[in-house]
Design a protein around this ligand. Structure first.
Ligand code: CU
Length: 149
């Protein structure tokens, strides 16, 4: 007799959790030089969107460091080239680079870092590139971020 009420409460709770989770995503950068996501969709309803980068590996950041960098597709190559010149001391990102829309710091195995994007700074329907700017990693570690409906 009480079962329908319990089911309704459970449904309400799970949908509340779900809508909160939609405004963030976890992405893993591994010892195998991969991300576990190739696409990220930011719901338009999110004012901000948080990307949590986790490194489940064991290699240190000077060997297998990863970051998560967001830029327009057409800026990706130059951001990476200038990041390589800036070096590990700058997390392979040129300080003050305006083409970088968001980024985490460079992390090694067992570490994590997050970055939060203000959704209004991104254009709906545009395709943005995310990538690791550690030298040569973007050949494997890259994907597309889109602002969805
Ligand atoms: Cu990397």
């Amino acid at each position: 007799m009480f079962r329908p009420v319990v089911a309704l409460v459970a449904l309400t709770l799970s949908s509340a959790v779900w809508s909160a989770e939609q405004c963030s995503v976890d992405i893993h950068g591994t010892d195998q030089m991969t991300y576990d996501l190739k696409t990220i969709t930011v719901p338009k309803s999110c004012k901000t969107f948080t990307v949590n980068l986790l490194h489940p590996g064991t290699l240190p950041k000077n060997v297998m460091g990863h970051n998560w960098v967001l830029a327009k597709q057409e800026d990706m190559k130059e951001v990476i080239d200038d990041g390589a010149k800036a070096g590990e001391a700058n997390d392979y990102i040129q300080p003050g680079d305006k083409r970088v829309l968001a980024h985490t710091r460079l992390i090694g195995g067992g570490e994590k870092d997050s970055t939060t994007i203000t959704t209004a700074t991104l254009k709906a329907g545009d395709h943005y590139a995310f990538f690791c700017s550690y030298p040569f990693h973007s050949t494997m570690m890259t994907g597309t971020l889109t602002v969805g409906g």
